[in-house]
Every structure is written in structure tokens, then in C-alpha cells.
Write a protein that binds this ligand. Sequence first.
Ligand SMILES: [Zn+2]
Length: 263
Amino acid sequence: MNVYVMVDAEGLSGVHLASQVMPDGCHYQEFRHLMTDEINACVEGLKAGGADRVIVRDAHASGSNAIWSLLTDLADGYVMGNSRDVRLPGFESCDALVLLGYHAMAGTEGAVLEHTMSSRQWQNLWINGRKSGEIAIDAAVAGASGKPVILVTGDDKACAEAEDFLPGVVTAAVKQGLSVEGAIHLPRTQAYDLIRKKTAEAVEKVMSGGFQPYVAASPVTLRLELVERGHVPSLSARPDIRRIDARTYEVTAETVEIAMSRL
Ligand SMILES: [Zn+2]
């Protein structure tokens, strides 16, 4: 059983401020430690639970947030930096996906740092007509090759979203969202103990076939509503899109991953 771990920022334990997750933010350097420590707890839990190989992808912003010299050697590979349009580089060799430190979709009430891909540019995204966030996007990318998401961690709102889209998924809520920049956090060691426990539980469950992949029916239509006017591509430049209104357009492609690259 080989497990791939996608690591985002906003749902990590101890994180509730934009200034923690932005590289120019005043709390960013401490945040890098928080991400690194939580990755290590997750890898330890997966290995203790019986995972053969664990590949971790630093998936926030530039993909170079975790502190290299402090990452555990228990993992079998770390994907860092820019991977262009490939969402899960190296996922082919894995059987299941963990979403660590994920956040609720744009617009979710009381969710810490809620957004979908870009808080400045994207208002809402729909996959085949269902309003979706990054949990569903990455679940659908994995689902296109028949592989399930087995664990999602984040605030309570992200966990509820995961359970809504992915029935039976294991979740670990490391904090309760109060507002965009507010949360009630579990203390650090309790959060990491919870993650170790839930990762082990997820590996056990996947080995007994306890999860379904999240499959978006193909062809996939993505509808994107932008925050600002004036940014929907013109039809002369992009004849492949469908303009819905001055801020909204659609693309259709074989898979979510290909459609995402065409937005
Ligand atoms: Zn994100």
C-alpha cells in the first residue's frame, strides 16, 4: 500500500492567519515549522499504520514551504517546487491519497482562510454542476485513475465538506473554524497525535477496501466564476470556452486535471 500525501497550508494545526501562509507574511517562517512538523506526524502515522511507501507533495503556493533539513527520513520521496499542470507528480506509483492541511471551499461560513485555488481571482467553481473546492478537485484527480482519498485533515468545516463529497472518508479536525482568520485550535501535540491515529486508521481501512474513488463523469465541465470583472477570456482568443456571463465561463475536457489546465 503506497500513499501519496498532498499538503496544503490553511488547514494545518496552528494556522489561522493569512500572514502565516503568504511567503511575505510576518508569520511565514514559523508557519514553515508548523507545516514540517505536521508532515512528519502524518508520515510517522502512515508508516506505523502499515503503508509501504509514502510520497509527500508540498502543494501550497510555490511548493517550497516545508523545511528540508527537518523533514523526516521515514518518507520515500518529497515532491517540492513547481510541477506545472501536473497536480500529483509521482502519484502513478501510489494507491491512495491523503489531503493534509486542507481548507473549505470559497464562501464557507466560519471556515479558516476559505477559498478555492485563488482567493483573489476565483469566486466559485463547479465540477459538472456541483459547487466544489480543492478537496473535490484533488479527489477527482485521484478518482480519474480509480484511487480514493482516505484521509482529510483541516478545520471542522473542511472535514464536513470532505465527508459530504467523500462518504466514508476518515477526517481529522485539528481546529474549529470561527471566522476567516480565527479558530479554536487543539494544542500542538494533541493535533499531531490525532493525525498519527487517523492516518493509521485510514491505512487499515484502505487495506480492507473501505473507500470508493471520487469519480467525476467524463467529459468534465468546469464552471468558474471570477471575483473581478473584465477577466473572462474573449471568445476570439479562446474559442474553446463558453462564456456564461461577464464573470463566468466554462471549459470541458476529458478529466478534471485537463480541464483545470484550460481555465
Ligand atoms: Zn489551497
